[in-house]
Design a protein around this ligand. Sequence first.
Ligand SMILES: [Zn+2]
Length: 329
Amino acid sequence: MTESVPRENERQPAAAEWPDCALCGSVETRRLFTARDRLTGRPETFPVVACVHCGLVFISPRPPVQAIAAYYPDAYYPLDAEPSPESLAVAEGLCQRVMAWAHAHGHAAPRVLDVGCGTGVFLHLVQRAGGQVRGIEMSPSACAYAGIRYGLDVSCGTFDDVALPPGTVDIMTLWHVLEHVHNPLATLRKARDLLAPDGVVLIGLPNFASYEARLFGRRWYSLDAPRHLYQFTPATVQALLRQAGFTVEQVVHSSATFGLVYSIMGDLTGISLRLRGRSLSPGTWRSIARTLHPLAMPFCSVAARMGRGGALEIVARPQASATGLPGAW
Ligand SMILES: [Zn+2]
């Protein structure tokens, strides 16, 4: 772990920890590059390392659990406006997939748990389509928004705080969550235990093996250090799922353009994503993004077709005999 020793002109977080590899337990890593927090502009640096044994990519050293909230400013959540057409379209697409799966498996009113539900637009759509919904979200302001705007009962906390009986969730969504948690293997094992025997988990996450990740490196929007503690590839996330007791059913490469568009915008603005919601109004920010979107589409479509999309969407189900007795919510 000699790579984890700070170099000259690098400042570690005030509180730091050096995690073992979450996939294979190794302590041997090699440094890929050093990233900065482009959202808050804080001065610390975050080495991005790869396990020399299994290839899992993560930040080390990193802020420990008790210090990570400081890196999630309220500006992280767009609470000042209705969902943008783009985010509404994503939520609608996900809702349609979830309800189609539920109906195909005989669930008229599926029990849906959205981990990291944000401001609740996805759960609102699922509830309107007949689902029984629950959400967990660590941002108090996002929880309050979900309650006031949609009337949802969202628990404020982390996935560790979820205390549902085992085997009682039909569909769990971990949409851009796994890269944020300190122990993704423990998160997936808990997800497997909560799922019904015929349940399913839908996972979305950035793809570190994507063309856009290679193109932008430390400036890649979806690097998002230090909030993204892990960076997965199709190989490492599938290995982690198998280790947690899942069977992977589907891995889809997303052709979504936001990772590429926001990476370009971060470069164009010169200083960082701190501009979002500050120097640039959210409306102006979205206008620029909409202008770039059609230009990014051909690249992202080709990347997805080549198996190098900017994000991955994964469907997995518990391996047989992994769940407890079904119970009621
Ligand atoms: Zn490893």
